[in-house]
Design a protein around this ligand. Structure first.
Ligand SMILES: Cc1cc2nc3c(=O)[nH]c(=O)nc-3n(C[C@H](O)[C@H](O)[C@H](O)COP(=O)(O)OP(=O)(O)OC[C@H]3O[C@@H](n4cnc5c(N)ncnc54)[C@H](O)[C@@H]3O)c2cc1C
Ligand code: FES
Length: 284
């Protein structure tokens, strides 16, 4: 077996995608679909939670998409949760199982799992932020003994916008996971659901700030108020991690499309330690 990145290194160009087959497509919400993608025989993705791939359709374009499955679950296949927002994602949503797409990657820095081991984990997702966070959550669940207490705060607009509902129920039913939901329109019968934003969940949680890592993924507007809540709980800047979405082209630090000041998000991120990006006005 060869990793996709090694195979790309030996090919003539880092920009040449490997053609991969969509083997399954499932609706997550009215706008989001989960694509299961299979690489050619003998090639596997070899990713870390937090990394992304560039997905392309010939004649349409290419876009960065976070890997939503955990490396602990699948090897030859991987999952992408894709929201229909424009040209490429619109075409992807029209594809059927069996269609071929181009894949490059995995790219960027994911989350440093080794540094998280032995720590309590506070995962905070807003909207589609749950898609990349799911990779991290399932990785931790598959090696549950290596981590401490696990809390998940997930903010969504409404019940119809919740992604991965089956897995949410599984996490909710586990004794070793604390899952709290917030909804702007709390139209769901859920044991722990609060009306409002994800920041409204903070008064309900207790944690040991000396031994807790917080990971935040969501829309840009969520970062400032959420980081303020996390800091308010006593978690130090070095224990806060987040992930940025920027417009990207090459995905490998060559074109500058994703640049914020001196930082290339595609190469140095998308997962960042807060203390390294907190002064980037443009980022948050
Ligand atoms: C690291 C990373 C990970 C991502 N992960 C996912 C994912 O898991 N699932 C997913 O659905 N999307 C994800 N995205 C966003 C996705 O790449 C864009 O939605 C995609 O490029 C849209 O392509 P399109 O051709 O369909 O839309 P276009 O036709 O190019 O644009 C449609 C609309 O979306 C806006 N837009 C395009 N790209 C972005 C962007 N990066 N940020 C904000 N607005 C944008 C455009 O301005 C336009 O209004 C990720 C982006 C990055 C950088
Ligand atoms: S996308 Fe080209 S440098 Fe980051």
């Amino acid at each position: 077996m060869t990793s996709l990145l090694d195979q790309t290194r030996f090919s003539e160009s880092i920009y040449k995608p490997t053609m991969a087959r969509i083997v399954d497509i499932n609706d997550l919400t009215a706008l989001d679909r989960l694509f299961t993608v299979e690489l050619p025989d003998g090639v596997y993705l070899d990713h870390q939670p937090g990394q992304f791939v560039k997905v392309s359709v010939l004649g349409v374009g290419e876009a960065p998409i976070s890997i939503s499955s955990s490396p602990s679950r699948t090897r030859q296949t991987f999952e992408l949760a894709i929201r229909k927002v424009g040209d490429l994602t619109g075409v992807l949503h029209d594809l059927q199982a069996g269609a071929m797409v181009g894949i490059r990657g995995p790219f960027g820095q994911g989350f440093p799992m080794d540094r998280f081991k032995g720590k309590n984990l506070l995962f905070i997702a807003g909207g589609c932020g749950i898609a990349p966070l799911r990779s991290l959550i399932n990785q931790v669940l598959d090696d549950r003994g290596s981590y401490g207490h696990m809390q998940i705060l997930y903010g969504s607009r409404s019940a119809a916008d919740l992604m991965f509902k089956d897995e949410l129920h599984e996490w909710e039913n586990r004794e070793d996971v604390e899952l709290l939901l917030s909804m702007e329109k709390a139209d769901i019968d859920w044991p722990a659901c609060t009306t409002g934003y994800v920041t409204h969940l903070f008064p309900q949680i207790e944690l040991d700030p000396r031994n807790t890592i917080a990971v935040i993924i969501g829309p840009p507007v969520m970062y400032k108020p959420t980081i303020a809540q996390v800091r308010n709980k006593g978690i130090i800047e070095g224990n806060i991690w987040l992930s940025f979405e920027r417009r990207m082209k090459c995905g490998v630090g060559k074109c500058g499309h994703c640049q914020i000041n001196h930082i290339y998000v595609c190469r140095q991120g998308p997962a960042f330690q807060y203390q390294h990006v907190k002064d980037l006005q443009e980022a948050m």
